[in-house]
Ligand binder design. Structure first.
Ligand SMILES: Cc1cc2nc3c(=O)[nH]c(=O)nc-3n(C[C@H](O)[C@H](O)[C@H](O)COP(=O)(O)OP(=O)(O)OC[C@H]3O[C@@H](n4cnc5c(N)ncnc54)[C@H](O)[C@@H]3O)c2cc1C
Length: 245
């Protein structure tokens, strides 16, 4: 409606905030309501993530999850069938905190060979062997609350932090797909939260804040709490200015 009256678009209209969520829930037909956060599976930093061929395709330890999870959801769409398996061993399964791990598609096995067979991912055994051999910094204490620098050596992609061997049965695999949380494109606003037209002039009486403001996020999100902070800060400014008109 704002664009129709001449508002200027801003931001990354082909970008979005997207998480890894339960694969089956990511396939729900358009129009049905789901709550993506309840299905989020963003604890990949505790294990590895492989595609349907059993091949790793990203650095599960690139950074703390609040900085990278919003980008990593879309990476799943680049994989065959738009899906991946997150593989964990018994050392970490009790640390999986996201709600999405309590429901949905999950496979357990007592060896990596049996897991590979159950998942029909032929390359999985080789991938885990290669990954385990690359975990060589075991003298660095594992600490998931900081970037602990406990990275792999000699594999591509690396796992830059929190690398730990996957060697303790039972092994568990959770299927993940992409779930869009919100989109990045929106309207151009000024510091008074007024919406601007194509000439950069404020459109009288039109204010915007929060999700509809463009140009804030591009290829990634600002980190936990940024969305609500944006809405609250510019919501207050917009309200005060509108009331003063
Ligand atoms: C699953 C999920 C998890 C999130 N987690 C976090 C988080 O942990 N931390 C964080 O900071 N942010 C989070 N966000 C982002 C955050 O929720 C949003 O940035 C924020 O809610 C945006 O606020 P808003 O007021 O701009 O929009 P909204 O909250 O979407 O409010 C817009 C309102 O306008 C109403 N509306 C729409 N059209 C009309 C109309 N024609 N007439 C009248 N009313 C209308 C809608 O019903 C709605 O109530 C999350 C978002 C989602 C979807």
């Amino acid at each position: 409606m704002a664009l129709e009256i001449g508002a200027q678009p801003a931001g990354h209209w082909s970008g979005c905030h997207a998480y890894a969520i339960d694969y089956q829930r990511s396939r729900i037909p358009e129009g049905q309501d789901i709550t993506p956060l309840a299905d989020a599976r963003n604890d990949y930093n505790l294990g590895v993530q492989v595609n349907v061929n059993g091949v790793r395709f990203l650095d599960e330890g690139e950074d703390l999850r609040s900085y990278i999870s919003s980008r990593y959801g879309a990476r799943l769409l680049e994989q065959p069938q738009g899906m991946a398996w997150q593989i964990f061993d018994a050392k970490v399964t009790h640390l999986l905190t996201d709600e999405g791990y309590r429901t949905g598609l999950c496979v357990t096995a007592n060896s990596i060979e049996k897991l590979a067979e159950a998942l029909r991912t032929p390359g999985l055994t080789e991938t885990i062997d290669e990954f385990n051999a690359a975990v060589q910094q075991e003298d660095i204490p594992l600490d998931c609350t900081i970037r602990d620098g406990r990275g792999t050596v000699g594999i591509t992609p690396p796992k830059s932090n929190w690398a730990q061997k996957i060697d303790t049965p039972p092994f568990v695999a959770h299927a993940v797909g992409c779930g869009i949380t919100f989109t990045y494109g929106g309207l151009t606003t000024n510091t008074r939260a007024q919406v601007l037209d194509g000439q950069g002039e404020a459109i009288p009486g039109l204010y915007a804040t929060g999700e509809i403001v463009g140009g804030i996020w591009h290829n990634g999100y600002g980190g936990s709490g940024s969305g609500l902070t944006l809405g609250a800060v510019f919501g207050r400014i917009a309200g005060a200015n509108a009331a003063g008109e």
